[in-house]
Design a protein around this ligand. Structure first.
Ligand SMILES: C[S@@+](CC[C@H](N)C(=O)[O-])C[C@H]1O[C@@H](n2cnc3c(N)ncnc32)[C@H](O)[C@@H]1O
Length: 316
């Protein structure tokens, strides 16, 4: 059962005669929409208000000569980047968004911005759009901002495969490279966000069967940690060229326990860089990649590891 509700009515405003009418489940109003029934993640709000991110993307777009050019966007979200490309003069933008609710929002923001004649919004994944021949081949620009705190969680590998299928020799890919940095840390508080032993003498370890083994977002500075070795680049991601995992060797500067690897990225957006490094005002948290078990180390000990394709730390 569904009911027709206008967005303006939901916002407490008078419903104008030409207001777009949306279909919402019966009995739900704005007050009832919480994280559990919103059809897209809440980070879209924080992301859209991340001025450092937005500024770098806008600056990278402003650096391009877009007159007469065709742009493909993978992951349009609520449509802002496609609109920026249109404002910057691109002749044709084909944007795909695989979350249907998000795609509907994008369609509306694009219409409100008066850009519907130049932006084509496809409510499907890039893979589906390529398979159906809906995306122009060898476009002048391919843009995607589909990166989570640990780079790959929003589907990096699939999107990179799609970009390689679509790109021509002259296609500019934004971003073209993402550098991931990391450092091993002694961080019992962060470890405790994903692991439990005894509570009041009761063995709670069965819960650990569900612990994250890849990585999870964390505001590192909030929880505190001890740096166990100097930071290094741990992996490079490139949309045009496969860059396999490589071993990285850290040298411990502590006698103690290492719980995992804290990582952050530098996303190269043309000449501009977006980062979620510790201390930056970014909507992205850092990523914490827990070791399989806490590792006892001594000063000078080598810690060899690799970031696997699923973001997991493999100790070598
Ligand atoms: C981080 S948001 C960015 C939105 C927008 N580009 C921006 O920068 O404001 C990424 C969006 O990409 C969508 N997405 C992820 N992988 C996709 C794919 N392969 N095809 C289409 N959409 C995708 C997600 O649903 C999400 O809405």
């Amino acid at each position: 059962m569904t009911q027709q509700v206008s967005k303006a009515a939901l916002n407490g405003a008078q419903t104008p005669a030409n207001d777009t009418v949306h279909t919402l489940p019966t009995g739900r109003d704005k007050r009832a929409i919480g994280p559990e029934n919103r059809p897209f993640p809440a980070w879209h709000y924080a992301m859209l208000n991340d001025h450092a991110r937005n500024g770098a993307i806008a600056a990278a777009i402003a650096d391009l000569d877009l007159a007469g050019k065709t742009v493909v966007e993978i992951g349009a979200g609520s449509g802002i980047i496609a609109i920026l490309f249109a404002r910057a003069g691109a002749a044709r933008i084909v944007a795909c968004e695989m979350n249907p609710a998000m795609a509907e929002v994008a369609r509306e923001t694009i219409a409100r911005a008066g850009m519907a004649d130049r932006i084509e919004l496809l409510a499907c994944s890039s893979t589906e759009a390529i398979e159906k021949g809906l995306l122009p081949e060898a476009p002048d620009v391919i843009f995607t901002e589909t990166v989570d705190c640990g780079v790959i969680g929003e589907g990096f590998h699939a999107i990179a495969r799609d970009i390689r299928r679509l790109a021509g020799e002259k296609t500019i890919v934004l971003p073209h490279e993402i550098r991931q940095y990391g450092l091993p840390v002694c961080a019992p508080a962060i470890w405790g966000l994903n692991h439990v032993d005894q509570v009041f003498g009761v063995d709670m370890a069965p819960l650990n069967a569900w612990a994250t083994r890849t990585y999870f977002p964390v505001r590192a500075a909030w929880h505190g940690f001890e740096t166990a070795a100097s930071p290094q680049r741990v992996r490079t991601y490139d949309y045009l060229q496969e860059r396999p995992a490589r071993p990285v060797i850290f040298e411990s500067r502590i006698n103690g326990i290492v719980h995992g690897l804290l990582s952050w990225f530098e996303l190269q957006m043309g000449r501009h860089v977006i980062t979620n490094a510790i201390g930056e005002h970014s909507h992205w948290h850092q990523a914490f990649h827990p070791f399989p078990e806490p590792l006892k180390v001594h000063e000078g000990q080598k810690i060899a590891l690799r970031i696997a394709d699923d973001g997991r730390v493999e100790l070598l």
